[in-house]
Design a protein around this ligand. Structure first.
Ligand code: SF4
Length: 484
């Protein structure tokens, strides 16, 4: 077990893709012999230890390099319950060491050319480039900020290659006129309603179109999920295109799990050419939730924050990740998922802050059944001064039965208070579960409206699309709506 990473389990190191000289191979083994036992290093070749409280994040089964997923818990990783969530450990230690603000720097995806190779050589090269004597003198003799700057200059060169140049700053969108109706209404200060329609399980689009027509007059935008639970359905961009044809405004969800950096950029260009103007980036459920046989469960090419960073720069700076210029950059309103009840609210707030810095303009949250407890998360966001930089839409799913209520308690990142479980159990026993579920949803909406930082609702009906018109109408939210 690594000395500085309590609770971690041992995992094999990455090996270089290409054949190495004997000298390099020996140097790599030497680095691994030292850093493996100390930090749980897996030789990713793109060392981030300075930013992650000296715990290697590469144990995370999703390969996340920018913080925990929505399934993170203090007890275990939801992908593999035999190990702790390594990102929970990183956040916990960062707070203990007072290094939590370091977690805001947007870190790059792996450069697979460097995976398995040594980092120390890169560090020595940077030191030499900046004058070995000068660097050593500064580290030994300087104090405080000056010493830190020298130290950071060395390690930043390793973790932030030229093609990425991530930072911990907020990057405002480089445009002013709204690019979508969703953005226009949020900017205008309306309390906006969006909803989700699950893409069809076959090529038949009749039900999808009926659902689009049903909800269109009651919502501003319709989300189409991207293989939720890692289970294939009709693709999100195809559903989004159908929505555009039917005069509705889609939010195209896009999951890092099923993308490479090349396919992400290609798909966004295609989707925006087809009329999609809202994009929501998620890391995506692990294939561990999918039916057998499962795809890879041990690495993603990118995480949601890296997707946001890449897409914002495509749009605002007009270039691909590889630096090629984009003559006609795509236009879109960029969103992300937020999770008020995953792990610790102050940990989550850092993760949401980082998404905003990377380029997220709106959040749609995981399900909220406890508006009072959600306040803790909102307070953490308020401390980070991000309410004026991002619009927050709260996730609501009306409960249909006691069975569904109990199932929800198992969903990563969802918290259902006992009072709601008891109410649904009692109502189900009397045959009135659906009515009770609607009542609870309306009560939650009433409580969250008007709270500081909340700009709208995101209704996720889980196949109960028929209930959307009633919820929106009875919540008094239909009055300003004209079909989007
Ligand atoms: S997959 Fe999620 S829960 Fe598991 S270690 Fe990674 S961030 Fe934590």
């Amino acid at each position: 077990m690594p000395i500085f990473t309590p609770g971690r389990r041992w995992q094999p190191a990455y090996r270089p893709f290409k054949k190495e000289s004997l000298g390099s191979a020996l140097m790599e083994d030497f680095e691994y012999i030292i850093k493996g036992p100390l930090f749980g290093c897996r030789m990713c070749g793109n060392c981030l230890l300075q930013e992650t409280a000296f715990i290697c994040p590469m144990e995370c089964p999703k390969g996340l390099r920018n913080g925990p997923c929505g399934g993170s818990t203090p007890e275990y990783c939801y992908v593999d319950k035999t190990r702790p969530c390594i990102w929970y450990k990183i956040y916990e230690r960062s707070f203990k060491m007072g290094r939590e603000e370091k977690l805001l720097e947007v870190l790059p995806p792996l450069d697979w050319e460097k995976v398995g190779t040594e980092t120390w050589k890169d560090i020595l090269t940077t030191v030499k480039k900046n004058g070995t004597g000068k660097v050593v003198k500064s580290i030994v003799l300087d104090q405080g900020e000056k010493r830190y700057k020298t130290w950071d200059m060395i390690f930043r060169a390793v973790r932030q290659p030229d093609w990425w140049q991530g930072d911990d700053k907020y990057h405002a969108p480089a445009y002013t006129e709204p690019v979508s109706e969703l953005e226009r209404r949020l900017k205008a200060g309306e309390f906006v309603v969006a909803c989700e329609i699950a893409p069809p399980l076959s090529m038949a689009t009749k039900k999808l179109i009926e659902n689009i027509e049903l909800v269109k007059p009651f919502v501003t935008a319709i989300n189409f999920t991207d293989n939720a639970s890692a289970t294939p359905r009709m693709t999100s961009w195809a559903c989004s295109r159908i929505a555009v044809e039917k005069g509705a405004e889609p939010v195209m969800q896009i999951a890092a799990r099923d993308r490479t950096r090349a396919s992400l950029q290609a798909e966004i260009l295609g989707a925006t050419a087809l009329g999609v103007r809202n994009v929501l980036c998620v890391t995506g459920d692990s294939p561990v939730l999918a039916p057998q046989p499962r795809g890879r469960m041990d690495i993603n090419d990118m995480d949601a924050i890296q997707m946001i960073w890449i897409l914002r720069r495509m749009r605002d700076e007009g270039h691909y990740l590889d630096g090629r210029e984009l003559k006609f950059p795509p236009k879109f309103f960029l969103g992300a998922a937020a999770s008020p009840f995953a792990s610790d609210p102050k940990f989550q707030a850092i993760r949401e802050h980082k998404k905003v810095n990377a380029g997220a303009q709106f959040f749609q949250t995981n399900l909220v059944y406890d508006p009072e407890r959600m306040e803790i998360w909102l307070n953490e966001l308020a401390k980070r001064n991000i309410f004026d930089k991002v619009y927050i839409m709260i996730g609501i799913t009306p409960l249909k039965s006691a069975k569904m209520t109990h199932y929800m308690t198992e969903v990563p990142g969802v918290f259902v208070p006992k009072s709601i479980i008891d109410r649904m159990d009692a109502a189900d026993a009397k045959g009135g579960a659906q009515e009770e579920g609607v009542k609870i949803a309306l009560e939650i909406i009433e409580k969250i409206r008007g709270k500081q930082g909340i700009n709208g609702l995101h209704i996720m009906p889980v196949g109960w699309e028929d209930i959307i018109p009633r919820i929106v109408t009875e919540a008094g939210l239909a009055k300003n709506l004209t079909p989007a």
